[in-house]
Design a protein around this ligand. Structure first.
Ligand SMILES: [Zn+2]
Length: 282
């Protein structure tokens, strides 16, 4: 049973593509010493065990005033990702099944927001049809920050996601490139939070208690305790730290929800200050 978060008129639920993606802490955050977390009792084995960080691959489904919005589309099916066996040529149907469990079909989706253009955030943007990549959500406008799109357009891309999951959407005329401050829908505002990628964007939700859909501005709850730990996949470590600190400072003790892409179930939490760092709010 999917959990649901209600924020005023906004209904949020997670669509799981990969329930668990395990990666050694030393691989995703080189130099991070697990001993630095000793004595921090709120970090449970669902977050980190035996040096392995446990993450989820989740798209966020937002329902607002009859509109259906997806934030990020995870890993996808059929994509050539030889560098990541768990992602390579999957035949899961996972995101479509998760959508169906919410009573929705791909044509019901009105907006697909890409926080950034990494392979684990754009995979379900497209599906293979008669040997071609076509938009999975044929009635949707796909939205991406202009800076982010420009960065990847022509740049080296480790997994080839730009070519199979982004360009076909642009070629189909379904993609809008937008600027900082753009409103995705009423009370859903984009903010550029560079560092993980050059044009990474968070989505601020001003509904109910409020929330920030944070994409990969923070990867794991361990970064509440150690906001300075940077992932190996971040393009600019200093900027990534600064964006994360700004986000956590803003959310701390505010009652607003932090909703990143990869946190363990349910995928959201409130944040409290803990000395010079942070922890989940009780
Ligand atoms: Zn990611």
């Amino acid at each position: 049973m999917t959990q649901r978060l209600t924020l005023g008129a906004l209904e949020v639920s997670g669509l799981t593509d990969l329930a668990r993606f395990d990666i050694p802490l030393s691989e995703i955050m080189p130099g991070a010493d697990p001993a630095a977390l000793d004595g921090i009792d709120w970090i449970g084995p669902e977050v980190l065990s035996d040096g392995i960080l446990h993450m989820a691959m989740r798209a966020w489904l937002l329902r607002l005033e009859g509109r259906v919005i997806l934030i990020d589309t995870c890993v996808g099916d059929d994509k050539d990702r030889p560098a990541r066996p768990e992602w390579h040529r999957r035949r899961s149907g996972a995101l479509i099944a998760a959508l169906a469990a919410e009573g929705l079909r791909p044509d019901d989706v009105d907006v697909v927001m890409c926080t950034h253009l990494h392979a684990d955030h754009v995979g379900w943007n497209t599906v293979r049809e008669d040997g071609r990549w076509v938009p999975t959500f044929p009635g949707a406008r796909y939205v991406c920050g202009r800076t982010e799109y420009r960065h990847w357009d022509g740049a080296a891309d480790a997994h080839g996601a730009f070519a199979d999951s982004v360009l076909p959407v642009m070629a189909a005329g379904r993609m809008d490139l937008v600027e900082d401050g753009w409103e995705l829908a009423r009370g859903l505002t984009l903010e550029t939070t560079p560092g993980h990628t050059p044009g990474h964007m968070c989505i601020h939700a001003d509904h109910g208690a409020g929330a920030v859909f944070a994409g990969d501005a923070i990867h794991s709850p361990v970064q509440l305790a150690r906001p300075d730990w940077v992932s190996a996949f971040c393009s600019d470590a200093e900027a990534a730290r600064a964006s994360r600190l700004r986000l956590l400072e803003e959310l701390a003790d505010s009652g607003r929800w932090l909703i990143p892409a990869h946190f363990p179930d349910p995928g959201w939490m409130r944040v409290a200050r803990a000395g010079r760092a942070f922890r989940p709010a009780a």
